[in-house]
Each structure stands twice: as structure tokens, then as C-alpha cells.
Design a protein around this ligand. Structure first.
Ligand code: HEC
Length: 149
């Protein structure tokens, strides 16, 4: 094979590799988490007295379930804390993958449960479930996210 041919093959190999830019991965993750935070705020606003705004809560529940579905893709290896990268994700996410997956799965399951309850429109049941949903956010943040300074 001539040199140009070898260079073309090398280029093709580079083009086929998935983009693995940690800064972009963090940007995607943080954008998704901000949407999740906004959806959770909509839930809290939606259950504020005097009455539960069922449609708003149901829409937010769907967004939360969507985010839960995306979350497994948000923490690729190499997107953790490193010099020059701005992230509140702790190295423990990758050092304790089973513990992290358990925290994530607890949230994913609770998001699905919350959506089911939101669909019933039962105001008392919805209100009672929101703290349980919120606890699954905290359950991960407590261990795997840097405290805001
Ligand atoms: C399995 C772990 C996990 C779960 C569950 C989780 N989070 Fe997070 N969250 C993180 C991590 C890690 C970060 C830091 C991400 C970073 O800075 O790269 C974060 C960051 C955030 C941020 C800050 C984004 C920013 O502006 O920097 C918000 C808002 C947020 N999460 C909301 C929520 C809400 C609301 C829930 C529950 C409905 C939730 N998270 C559930 C792990 C989790």
C-alpha cells in the first residue's frame, strides 16, 4: 500500500471513533440535569396550595421520566473531575459504579412510580409522593455530587 492509502485508512479510523470530548459530555449532562431540575421545580410549584395543577404535574412527570431514561448515558468514563474541566460530578461515580447505578436505578424506579401516581390525578397521593421523589435526587447528590461552594 502506498503512503496516501495508509493515511486515508488512518483518517477513516479517526472519523469512525465516537466523539469523546469530556467537556462536551459534561455540557450535555449538565443541560439534562438542569432540565430535570426545572421539571422538579414545576412539580413543586404544581402541588403548591391551594390546588394541585394536575396537567402541569403530569407534564413535568413525563419530563422527569424522559430524563431518567437518558441518565445512563450522562456519565461516560472520562467525564469526571480532571484539571481544566468544570464539573460537580465526583470521582466516586466511576470508582463505585455499582453504588452509583443503584442510586440511579432508585431514582429511575421512583420517577416511573411518580408518573403513574400523577396520571391518577389523586391530589393527596401526588402530594405525598413528591418528597419521596425528591429524596431519590438527594440520595445520589449526597454521595456523588460536590456540595455547592
Ligand atoms: C444517580 C445520580 C443522580 C440522581 C439520581 C440525580 N442527580 Fe442531579 N446531579 C448528579 C450529579 C453527579 C450532578 C453534577 C453533574 C456535573 O456537574 O457534571 C448533578 C447535578 C444536578 C443539577 C445541577 C446542574 C448544574 O446546573 O450544574 C441539578 C439542578 C440536578 N442535578 C437536579 C436533580 C434532580 C431534580 C434530581 C431528581 C429529580 C436529580 N438531580 C437526580 C447526580 C444525580
Amino acid at each position: 500500500m502506498n503512503r496516501a492509502g495508509a493515511a486515508l485508512i488512518a483518517l477513516a479510523t479517526i472519523a469512525a471513533a465516537p466523539p469523546a470530548n469530556p467537556a462536551d459530555q459534561i455540557t450535555t449532562r449538565v443541560a439534562g440535569l438542569r432540565e430535570l431540575g426545572a421539571a422538579m421545580k414545576a412539580v413543586r410549584d404544581g402541588i403548591a396550595p391551594p390546588e394541585v395543577q394536575t396537567i402541569l404535574v403530569q407534564q413535568a412527570a413525563r419530563q422527569i421520566v424522559n430524563a431518567a431514561g437518558q441518565m445512563p448515558g450522562w456519565f461516560p468514563a472520562g467525564s469526571g473531575p480532571a484539571p481544566g474541566l468544570k464539573t460537580a460530578a465526583k470521582a466516586e461515580i466511576w470508582a463505585q459504579p455499582e453504588k452509583f447505578a443503584a442510586a440511579r436505578d432508585t431514582f429511575v424506579a421512583e420517577a416511573a412510580k411518580f408518573q403513574m401516581i400523577a396520571k391518577t390525578g389523586d391530589a393527596a397521593a401526588i402530594r405525598a409522593e413528591v418528597p419521596k421523589l425528591g429524596a431519590t435526587c438527594g440520595g445520589c447528590h449526597d454521595t456523588f455530587r460536590e456540595k455547592a461552594s
